[in-house]
Design a protein around this ligand. Structure first.
Ligand code: PXG
Length: 456
């Protein structure tokens, strides 16, 4: 028997608008438009209450890396829920799924990582990372190292710490006081710059903004730098090649912890296990969530390098931090099975060597469309920029919301992608086939034409 009974689309919509406050949603607007009710999913497709088939070019919210309809994941959760649905790892207890997953995470991450701290989400991982970084410096006898440097337009979640660390202006403006000791530097967004420098020069300049910030506040006050290897929610901002190695060089020079927020880039998205692997940097901490379970159950965590964990363990005593659902057994069981799927089906290599390059090649052809000013993609994470004038790359006016028009056309034509202003972003499941990649490109072309017609 289904857990939730059947209702018509309009009944769901009515109940939804009466009772459910959605995340990141203008409810007045939603009250008029009504929600799209998604009822089931399979492979790379989701289905709405009218049984429309929609290719999920966003993997849910950048998380369903292994695709939908994975019975192995369902079975892993079911078996674990039967055997031990819940127990905690406080008070000197542990359970096999969280221990086994820890071992596997150590196996798929860089050699400096031998320990993991679990959370229930990306935002909790960010909070945890901040507490670990500051605690590390306290224990090293440098308690003034409190400042965490992040970037403008970064997204690190929506708890108060996530909002504080994130660089999205509208989000930061709401809700009063934020966590102190957080500084922002420019993002490495070449297309969004005045483009007077070459991408490489611009990348180095953006990285050196970290150096300027360190000089401004004093290196002895800075605990860590954190960045998404590729900024996701901010519009798939792919930094120029030189950026990350320069950031790492600056962090090392000033003994500042380097943190990559791998919540989106982790677990194969860029054709490597983690974004840090793709950019060849060796972070001290990595936050993760989403793709660790392919979104089937909530789980997040922080990978802690020996440099940090040695200090926490040798000198730290009790670390007063953790969540009821840290290392939830069913979530860990799903994560174990999910990592096995990624390994068994070679989905990371497939993203790097086959489907990534295939989609990238076809994605690049979108540049021939009169509305497209730039295309970019690494692994299976990409974007294109909608422009009014291809020659000057001038944007449409902000109130034209051309990105939203294009996004709505895409969804209504059977392809979900996200609009970040006039940037359209995509991150399809890693088991996308070539035919499905072709379907994405065909639908995008069609909707770009429809968008052009709508705004002309
Ligand atoms: N860090 C990064 C890099 C993220 O992308 C979080 C932290 C927070 O994770 P949780 O699990 O607390 O949501 C995220 C989440 C969007 C969108 O519209 C992106 C995210 C979440 C919701 C919407 O692109 N990323």
């Amino acid at each position: 028997m289904a857990i939730v009974g059947k209702r018509s689309r309009s009944e769901w919509q009515e109940l939804d608008s009466q009772h459910y406050l959605h995340p990141f949603t203008d409810h007045k607007e939603l009250g008029e438009k009504k929600s799209r009710i998604i009822t089931r999913a399979d492979g790379v497709y989701i289905y709405d209450a009218d049984d429309n088939e929609i290719l999920d070019g966003m993997s849910g919210l950048w998380c369903v890396n292994a695709g939908y309809g994975r019975n192995e994941l369902v079975e892993a959760a079911r078996k674990q829920l039967e055997e031990l649905p819940y127990y905690n790892s406080f008070f000197q207890c542990a359970h096999p799924p969280s221990i086994e997953l820890s071992r596997m995470l150590v196996e798929v991450t860089q050699p400096q990582f031998n320990r993991v701290f679990y959370t229930g989400s990306g935002s909790e991982s960010i909070d945890t990372m901040i507490r670990i970084a500051r605690r590390y410096w306290e224990l090293r006898g440098q308690p003034d190292r409190q400042i965490i440097v992040a970037r403008e337009n970064a997204y690190h979640g929506s708890t108060i710490a996530g909002t504080s660390l994130g660089g999205m202006k509208a989000q930061r403006k709401q809700g009063g006081m934020l966590v102190p000791g957080i500084e922002h530097i420019e993002q490495p967004y070449w297309f969004g710059s005045d483009r007077s420098l070459s991408p490489e020069e611009f990348g180095l300049q953006a990285a050196r903004a970290l150096l300027q910030k360190i000089e401004e506040v004093g290196a002895d006050k800075v605990a860590a730098f954190v960045g998404e290897p590729i900024q996701g929610a901010g519009g798939v901002i792919i930094p120029p090649e030189a950026y990350w190695s320069e950031i790492q060089r600056i962090c090392r020079e000033h003994d500042i912890l380097l943190v990559t927020d791998e919540v989106i880039c982790g677990f194969g998205r860029l054709g490597e296990w983690f974004g840090a692997d793709y950019y060849g940097v060796t972070p001290d901490l990595m936050t993760f969530a989403k793709g660790v379970t392919s979104g089937y159950l909530p789980l997040g965590g922080v990978m802690v390098s020996d440099r940090v964990s040695d200090v926490l363990i040798d000198k730290g005593g009790e670390f007063y931090h953790g969540f009821t659902y840290s290392g939830h057994p069913a979530s860990c069981a799903v994560a174990i099975e999910n990592i096995r799927i990624l390994q068994r089906e070679n989905l990371v290599e497939y993203t790097k060597n086959e489907i990534g390059p295939y989609l990238q090649k076809n994605w690049a052809t979108l540049l021939e469309h009169p509305l497209v000013g730039e295309t970019r993609m690494v692994g299976l994470m990409g974007a294109f920029e909608i422009v009014k004038d291809k020659g000057s790359l001038e944007r449409f006016d902000e109130d034209d919301s051309v990105g939203t028009i294009c996004r709505d056309l895409l969804v209504n034509n059977g392809l979900v992608m996200r609009a970040v202003g006039d940037t359209i972003v995509t991150a399809p499941p890693l088991n996308l086939s070539r035919e499905q990649a072709d379907e994405m490109i065909e639908k995008t072309w069609k909707c770009l034409d429809l968008t052009a017609a709508a705004v002309s």
